[in-house]
Write a protein that binds this ligand. Structure first.
Ligand SMILES: Cc1cc2nc3c(=O)[nH]c(=O)nc-3n(C[C@H](O)[C@H](O)[C@H](O)COP(=O)(O)O)c2cc1C
Length: 361
């Protein structure tokens, strides 16, 4: 039943994308030192749009300079970067696909750079991480809004707020980290305030037809969200009330049931907790069409592919439509180059256990 993967997907904002297959957001370290788009970053994304992915998510892109996570990260923190985003949106649009920018601030996990203050909800002594002041929090909210406005100006179809994997929005959610005594920390309501305010502010600054979604880590797993399943469901529901157009849950292993209720799959839990018109997207170890269809059966409205999207740029056509097989790791550096990865991305993938082999195929 490839239909369940290849039918159009509609968002509350009104946008309709051609299918239920997304390229997951992937940091690839290929852009220029000043945060501007490189030819390599563009080529990698356009090849996946050509391969049939209905939505192409950008890497986590920093909305503030002090939120940059890695060298070579594509930025959205300055108007000077907008032409690159426009070029990417146009090139991806020419393939019939839609570009969403993943807006993020790395918080305590930001790059250590001379002259930059690293910020989080609370200070981390010995790690040069300072507690964000009220003024800095307000400035970061504005930075998210400006990032979203730039995405609109550049002709993108949407943005995803990166509320997963332990970066700034996630750091504020965590009870064990966010012990602030002001309105931004302590109680669950206060810990929720930053991501909620960012969603509300971004939504109010972009056209109603522009898609604004959010990515969450649903349970306290490898990449800490600090939330248990029910708090995550509540968080997602609140974000839908604030206008979220989709909820993307980052699972790492999408076959696993929830830790809290082992009889319940996370996609089902989110699908049942959220308004029917808000799509739920899952990601994590989706390699085959059967894996993807399994997610749809669990309640996901669409799936995001990470590593399978790297090895098999035309996954939507080859695997979902024609019933073929994806290329599985380990893969050679040459195979990655043939699939439009630049040298920096190839080097980065060598750091992922078992992904790149030195042997020729
Ligand atoms: C090279 C690489 C870079 C990634 N960068 C990001 C990122 O910038 N933002 C994010 O939310 N997730 C990031 N992820 C996680 C993926 O989006 C995805 O959720 C994860 O890889 C699981 O899916 P997969 O098993 O299909 O690869 C990254 C994963 C990989 C492999």
């Amino acid at each position: 039943m490839p239909e369940c993967l290849l039918t159009p997907l509609r968002f509350p904002a009104g946008l309709v994308v051609p299918n239920r297959l997304w390229l997951a957001p992937m940091t690839n370290l290929q852009s220029h030192a000043d945060g501007s788009l490189s030819e390599d970053e563009l080529a990698w994304l356009v090849a996946r749009a050509r391969g049939g992915f209905g939505v192409i998510e950008s890497c986590a892109t920093h909305v503030s300079l002090d939120g940059q996570g890695w060298a070579g990260e594509w930025g959205i923190f300055s108007d000077a970067l907008t032409p690159g985003w426009r070029r990417a949106a146009e090139s991806i649009g020419e393939q019939g696909s839609h570009l969403f920018a993943q807006l993020f601030h790395a918080g305590e996990r930001a790059l250590r750079e001379e002259g930059r203050r690293r910020l989080s909800c609370t200070a981390i002594p010995g790690e040069e991480v300072a507690e964000a002041t009220e003024a800095e929090i307000e400035r970061i909210i504005e930075d998210f809004a400006r990032g979203a406005e730039r995405a609109v100006e550049a002709g993108l179809s949407g943005v995803e707020l990166h509320g997963a994997h332990g970066y700034l929005l996630c750091q504020f959610l965590r009870a064990d980290r966010n012990t602030r005594g002001d309105r931004w920390g302590g109680s669950y309501e206060n810990r929720l305030r930053l991501i909620r305010t960012v969603m509300r502010t971004v939504r109010s600054r972009v056209p109603s037809t522009f898609v604004v979604g959010v990515r969450l880590s649903p349970e306290n797993g490898t990449f800490l969200s600090g939330l248990d399943l029910d708090e995550s469901l509540r968080t997602a529901a609140v974000l839908c009330e604030e206008g979220a157009d989709f909820i993307h849950i980052s699972l790492w292993d999408s076959k696993a049931m929830t830790a809290k209720r082992p009889e319940q799959h996370p996609a089902r839990a989110f699908r049942e907790a959220l308004p029917a018109e808000v799509p739920v997207i899952t990601a994590g170890e989706i390699w085959t069409a059967e894996d993807a269809r399994g997610q749809r059966e669990h309640g996901a409205d669409a799936v995001a592919l990470g590593r399978a999207g790297i090895t098999t740029p035309d996954w939507p056509r080859r695997v979902a439509a024609e019933g073929g097989e994806p290329l599985r790791p380990p893969v050679t550096a040459e195979q990655l180059r043939e699939r439009a990865l630049g040298e920096k991305f190839v080097e980065y993938m060598r750091r992922w256990p078992g992904f790149v082999t030195e042997e020729e195929s």
